[in-house]
Write a protein that binds this ligand. Structure first.
Ligand code: NAD
Ligand code: WQD
Length: 337
């Protein structure tokens, strides 16, 4: 079964391509390389034994999206990762985010709507919950006003998919990721941030390898046990596997609700200081860090209630924080060697 993986050379997409192959699906990757490198295709090939089908194209071009679906009329499912994802950049340049994250989604759905039946999986984010009132966060927690244009594109994306589902034969699953980290155990693929990393774990591994002098911990005055903010860090391979399970669910079940939503996290919250300590343990390195003020827009705590993903989707994260950080560290060392 041919599955279109948009953004399939990116961080989460590349790991999902590997897991789709492992599960017997035939991935077709589309990427414009705006936040990835063509080398990732060879790196995927090093893991799965062949180069998956790849089209370099920009999903903001409506005519190109139309051509893609004409050329590959046998696409029977889409996993839509392609998007811009830097929160700060989205505040600076909101239209880039609305254009990329919304237009591309609309063009793909326009093609899918022409099909008799099809399956769609959307990369959403725990950012839609904002600072939830109750931890752990269940899927029925209310969606909060978006804190950034990026976050807004995820909320609007979910709404667009839900509206379209009512009038089409598209069955969709919205996956709300918590904080994806780590890399494939082969260290062939992983996260490749351009410039200074904004996210915690790539900043830590780059500090560990000596590329950055020290980590700034954004705030130790949060109402948490050690004062630093809490997140749910999930291994990217676990996350990738959830996409395969979600796709199998769509393919195998005729009578699902048109749109289902699942949290993808481990269910365990870790503070910034706990992440630092765990990194020091797995790397054997002392991590230089200093406490600075809070980062604007950051929330205190977010971790998932994973009951629905466990019981309905039939998926559970397997890796510990230690394993995920060890894989991120292995990847960092390999790409710098
Ligand atoms: P990524 O930037 O590594 O991957 C996205 C890929 O999409 C890149 O390879 C990029 O080149 C490609 N792309 C972007 N715009 C495109 C376009 N117009 N046409 C074709 N290709 C395009 O990001 P990621 O971390 O793998 O995230 C994947 C998805 O998951 C995104 O939708 C992101 O918003 C969402 N998400 C990510 C996180 C996270 O922390 N990484 C958390 C929650 C949700
Ligand atoms: C984690 C914790 C920081 C860097 C962001 C997006 C979210 C989602 C995932 C896509 C926070 C602290 C970080 C640093 C630090 N992406 N930190 N020093 O903020 O939970 O989520 O990425 O949907 O939308 O907002 O992840 O990795 O940036 O931060 O102390 O140099 O680490 O304050 O508490 P975040 P993060």
């Amino acid at each position: 079964m041919k599955v279109l993986v948009t953004g399939g050379l990116g961080f989460i997409g590349s790991h999902t391509v590997v897991e789709l192959h492992n599960a017997g699906f035939e991935p077709l990757i589309v990427d414009n390389l705006s936040n990835s490198s063509i080398d990732v295709l060879d790196r995927i090939a090093a893991i799965i034994g062949y180069k998956p089908a790849f089209e370099q194209m920009d999903l903001r071009e409506k005519a190109a999206v139309n051509q893609l679906f004409k050329k590959h009329a046998d696409i029977s499912g889409v996993i839509h990762f392609a998007a811009s994802k830097a929160v700060g950049e989205s505040v600076e340049n909101p239209l880039l985010y609305y254009e990329n994250n919304i237009n591309a989604l609309v063009y793909i759905l326009q093609e899918l709507q022409k099909k008799e039946s099809t399956n769609f999986i959307f990369s959403s984010s725990c950012t839609v919950y904002g600072q939830a009132e109750k931890m752990p966060i269940t899927e029925d927690a209310s969606v909060q006003p978006a804190m950034s244009p990026y976050g807004n594109t995820k909320q609007i994306g979910e709404e667009i998919i839900t509206d379209v589902a009512k009038v089409s034969n598209i069955k969709s699953i919205l996956l709300r990721y918590f904080n994806p980290i780590g890399a494939h155990p082969s260290a062939e693929i992983g996260e490749l941030p351009i410039g200074v990393p904004q996210n915690l774990v790539p900043f830590i591994t780059q500090t560990g390898i000596g590329l950055r002098q020290e980590l700034s911990v954004y705030g130790d005055d949060y109402p948490t046990p050690d004062g630093t903010a809490i997140r749910d860090y999930i291994h990217v391979v676990d996350l990738a596997k959830a996409h395969v399970v979600a796709l199998q669910r769509l393919v195998e079940n005729k009578n699902l609700d048109k749109v289902e939503t699942f949290n993808l996290g481990t269910g365990t919250g870790s503070s910034v200081l706990e992440v630092i300590k765990t990194f020091e343990k797995v790397s054997g390195k002392k991590l230089p860090y200093k406490i600075v003020g809070r980062r604007e827009g950051d929330i205190t705590s977010a971790y998932a209630n994973t009951d629905k993903a466990n019981n309905v989707l039939g998926w559970k994260a397997q890796s510990t924080l230690e394993e995920a950080l060890a894989s991120a560290w292995k990847w960092e060392q390999k790409i710098r060697s």
